[in-house]
Design a protein around this ligand. Structure first.
Ligand code: 2AM
Length: 172
C-alpha cells in the first residue's frame, strides 16, 4: 500500500549534458565515498520533508504561481561539510536564485509548511562520505537554469530515487 506521505523537495534539476560533464569529472577524482547517482544530481531550493500525499495538488498549484526569470549559474567552487560531504557551489550567486528561493519559501510558509531554518546555501552534492578532499580546483560548470521541479525522494531496492512530480519553466 502506498504511504500517505511523501518526502518532498523543490530543486533545480541538473540538465543532462551538464550531469554527464560533472559525473565524468567527479568520477575521475578518486576520493572514495558514495557518489550521488547521476539521475539524482540537483540543487535543492526548499526541503519540505514528509508531507501528506493529499497536499500534492496544492503544492503543484503553488509552484505554478511562481513567476521567475531564467538565469545562468556557474558552479565553479568545491565545498564540503560534515561526514565527508562534497559539493559544487557558485562563487557568485546570481540574484534571481535567492529571489526564487525566497518566493518559494514565502508561499510555502503561507500554506503552513514549515521549512528548514538553516539559511539557503546553493550547492549541488556530488559525494557523501568521501575519504578525502580533491587536490585540484573545480572547473567552471555553466548551468543555464530554465526550470525548477518538485521531487519525491523515495527509497527503493536500488537506492534513493528522486521522482519528478512537476516541473515549471522560468520565463523572462
Ligand atoms: P542536498 O543536501 O544535496 O541539497 C532529498 O532528501 C534532498 O533534499 C537531499 O538529497 C538533500 O540534498 C536535500 N535536503 C535539504 N535539506 C534537507 C534536510 N533538512 N534533510 C534532508 N535532506 C535535505
Amino acid at each position: 500500500m502506498p504511504s500517505d506521505t511523501l518526502r518532498l523537495f523543490f530543486a533545480l534539476p541538473c540538465p543532462t549534458e551538464l550531469t554527464t560533464a560533472i559525473c565524468i569529472w567527479r568520477d575521475g577524482l578518486a576520493i572514495g565515498g558514495k557518489p550521488v547517482a547521476a539521475d539524482n544530481l540537483h540543487l535543492t531550493l526548499a526541503f519540505l520533508g514528509q508531507q501528506p500525499r493529499a497536499r500534492l495538488e496544492e503544492l503543484q498549484l503553488l509552484a505554478a504561481g511562481i513567476e521567475a526569470p531564467p538565469f545562468e549559474l556557474h558552479l565553479d567552487r568545491l565545498g564540503g561539510g560534515r561526514r565527508g560531504l562534497l559539493w559544487l557551489e557558485p562563487s557568485r550567486v546570481p540574484e534571481p536564485l535567492p529571489a526564487l528561493v525566497g518566493d518559494l519559501q514565502q508561499r510555502l510558509l503561507a500554506a503552513g509548511i514549515g521549512l528548514d531554518t538553516r539559511p539557503f546555501r546553493a550547492h549541488l552534492t556530488l559525494v557523501r562520505h568521501a575519504g578525502a578532499r580533491p587536490a585540484e580546483a573545480a572547473p567552471d560548470f555553466a548551468w543555464p537554469v530554465d526550470r525548477f521541479a518538485l521531487y519525491a525522494s523515495e527509497t527503493t531496492a536500488r537506492g534513493v530515487r528522486h521522482r519528478e512530480l512537476g516541473s515549471w519553466p522560468l520565463v523572462p
